[in-house]
Design a protein around this ligand. Structure first.
Ligand SMILES: Cc1cc2nc3c(=O)[nH]c(=O)nc-3n(C[C@H](O)[C@H](O)[C@H](O)COP(=O)(O)OP(=O)(O)OC[C@H]3O[C@@H](n4cnc5c(N)ncnc54)[C@H](O)[C@@H]3O)c2cc1C
Length: 388
């Protein structure tokens, strides 16, 4: 054995970086291992904007999102960096939309969160940027905004190191070995480390490590893309005049105001083709862009302008719920998977993963059944993916 640790965090994207910090802050001896450079753009937690919102389809998620806001505020206080930009958030349901917006309203009401119901005339008055069909309804929730991975990940990594964590880049973990409760983590360069706990925060690569442990998850990886536009009237898309938004139609789109001098940014939710973490291409798909531009032409024409597109990976569970659990086969192995809507929760997941890794027990974790790696959606072969 090269060395031994209380916890080894595998994958230093948004979630793993948070876990490394929270573990180190509790005094654990922590090794964090990332297969590429820190801040690389092959995974999910990259660029400078992810939506953060309280507006969710179940009260459990709304409560979790409250905790996520609080967890990011702790990181901002500890690091001195600003991760969150509050813009307000607008959920839009066109007349033919599924019932989802009602679920959002019901869940927020149950969780005591204030929001406004808006009809088409209210929406047109408040945000004349939109062209909406009569019968379109909106929910506006003032606390929503942007969580910035380019700031949040670096803050977590800096804080982790300041608390003594060793973070290594360009080192791939090839196996987690479990033998009679003893755990070891092996790396491609021949390292073998004993550890009290392993945190798997590998998103699209999760099954490379869980498969050999006997617990592969039914994940689907899709290649998605986001596009930054340069509109003629950029001021109309500044925060203050334009919130983050989600279009709850079929297909579903989402977008951001301008942020850090770029945007507005727009994407389609689950608009991409299935791929693999290592087999994907980085070349934008022109049909995907055409769908986004077609949507904007119909509903947000002023956002159109010269475009820059980049690709990104979604890693989806069949029910789109997270995984936050210890493996039954190896309770020292804690797993987190953001199911392609998890960045907003990264700071909170870090804390919850520290609990799991140090306790080897997920029974007291929030959403324990919902996020279990043994829930029916992960054991039966379900294939219909849903938007969150
Ligand atoms: C286009 C797009 C838009 C999104 N929009 C939102 C949004 O608006 N709001 C929101 O909350 N979420 C959103 N998400 C989802 C969110 O970004 C992800 O759920 C979250 O970032 C996942 O974080 P992660 O740390 O698990 O994954 P990643 O950031 O991909 O990190 C996993 C890391 O593990 C490393 N790794 C994997 N295997 C190994 C190994 N064997 N050894 C060493 N290292 C390894 C990888 O290299 C990678 O760095 C979006 C995702 C995409 C792609």
């Amino acid at each position: 054995m090269s060395a031994s640790y209380d916890a080894i965090v595998i994958g230093l994207g948004g979630i793993g970086s948070a876990a490394a910090y929270r573990l180190a802050a509790r005094g654990a001896r922590v090794l964090g291992v990332e297969q590429f450079d820190l801040g690389h753009d092959r995974g999910a937690s990259q660029d400078e904007s992810r939506i953060i919102r309280l507006s969710y389809h179940r009260p459990e998620y709304v409560e979790l999102a409250k905790d996520a806001f609080a967890a990011w505020r702790e990181i901002e206080a500890a690091s001195g960096d600003r991760v969150l930009t509050i813009t307000g958030g607008l959920d839009l349901a066109p007349p033919d939309a599924p019932e989802q917006i009602e679920d959002y309203a019901t869940a927020m009401t149950a969780a005591g969160v204030d929001f406004d119901w808006l009809d088409t005339a209210d929406l047109a008055r408040r945000w004349p940027q939109w062209r909406l069909d009569e019968g379109t309804r909106g929910l506006f929730q003032a606390a929503a905004g942007i969580a910035d991975p380019s700031v949040g990940n670096v803050a977590h990594q800096r804080l982790a190191r300041a608390h003594g964590a060793e973070l290594v880049e360009r080192t791939k973990v090839t196996a987690i070995r479990e033998h009679r409760g003893e755990l070891a983590v092996e790396t491609a360069d021949g390292g073998r480390f004993a550890t009290g706990a392993a945190v798997v925060a590998c998103d699209a690569w999760t099954n490379d490590l869980l498969g050999p442990l006997g617990h592969p998850l039914p994940l689907r990886v899709t290649r998605e893309q986001v596009t930054w536009f340069e509109p003629a009237d950029a001021a109309a898309f500044e925060p203050g005049r334009f919130p983050i938004w989600i279009w709850l139609g079929e297909p579903s789109f989402y977008g951001f105001p301008t942020h850090r001098g770029r945007g507005p940014k727009v994407g389609q939710d689950i608009g991409g083709r299935e791929t693999t973490a290592d087999g994907r291409s980085f070349e934008p798909d022109p049909d995907y862009l055409a769908r986004v531009e077609g949507f904007l032409r119909a509903h947000l024409p002023g956002a159109l302008g010269p475009a820059r597109t980049k690709t990104c990976l979604y890693t989806l569970t069949p029910d789109r719920d997270f995984v936050l659990d210890c493996l039954p086969e190896a309770p020292g192995v804690a797993v987190a998977l953001g199911a392609a809507h998890g960045y907003k929760f990264a700071a909170l997941f870090g804390r919850l993963l520290a609990d799991l890794a140090l306790r080897h027990d997920a029974s007291r974790a929030p959403g324990a059944g919902l996020f279990s790696c043994e829930r029916p959606a992960l054991t039966a072969s379900a294939t219909n993916l849903v938007s969150r």
